[in-house]
Ligand binder design. Sequence first.
Ligand code: F6P
Length: 342
Amino acid sequence: MRVGVLTGGGDCPGLNAVIRGIVRKGVQEYGYDFVGFRDGWRGPLEGDAFQLDIPQVRGILPRGGTILGSSRTNPLKVEGGIRRIRENLAKQEVDALIAIGGEDTLGVAGRLADEYGIHCVGVPKTIDNDLSATDYTFGFDTAVGIATEAIDRLHTTAESHMRVLVVEVMGRHAGWIALHSGLAGGANVILIPERRFDVEQVCAWVTSRFRASYAPIVVVAEGAMPRDGDMVVKDGSLDSFGHVRLSGVGEWLAKEIERRTGNEARTTVLGHVQRGGTPSAFDRWLATRFGLHAIEAVRDGDFGKMVALRGTDIVRVPIVEATAKLKTVDPALYEEVSVFFG
Ligand code: F6P
């Protein structure tokens, strides 16, 4: 058996741990051969591949990023893309393909399996934790840890200067990172894409925090929008998903808070820092287990499936279950956390 592996979409701490888990178990227990495809779906599309074996995965467990490289190439949007993938898989004598990625990468894997009979298994990946059908994705815990540490540090500068500090974290469509890091970091306001916010209410929380002689920390997800949505200026350019790029809700919000409350406000945009560097112990554990179970699914010929975490068990679900709908923050959970606002 010869198995191809690829990583697609944004990089994410834990990708290398998955690759290592797949290759170690596949070689040691099943005697399989492996091919690494470079840069997500670009690899099988262009036949860009290399031999993957135990020496290539040695020492990569704690390393961020991905030794396979990544891209957001979507072969379904390329003329003759499916045919080229088939040809290149045949050329490499690949019997099965493990795709590690988020909504887009897995969406392709699901369609290749269901509609074209290509032997694909999926592994869910995103720091945003917004994939359905799995309790957690690896990378999320690391991102939350990084954001929480940043919030902890920003508390001291906020207190020293009695300023408002707005921290913008990742999360275009779901507020999981904002919610978890905001709670863990003791933020006074948390704003998420799932719930449009009222700037006046944010200013009221900020003011009440100052009244209690503390400096407020506002955590805002990059995709959060004010109630009257036209207030966030868009610069018109498209991001790598083809979405209109927001011009920075964090910057905008800090200016609004200053203007409306008269308090000094600053913004910190954490950006790709949240995706970089070494994975947390939890993410290494989860990613490794995903890798071990993905190669087991290949051995069982259980294609069109994705490995997923349910409680403490790793299960298999149809890939389409994970990609059909994003997992967003439950309003009741947001309400629960909002007791700390203000
Ligand atoms: O999906 C992960 C993610 O990090 C999002 O939180 C963020 O909006 C996006 O990727 C950024 O993508 P890029 O690195 O392509 O700008």
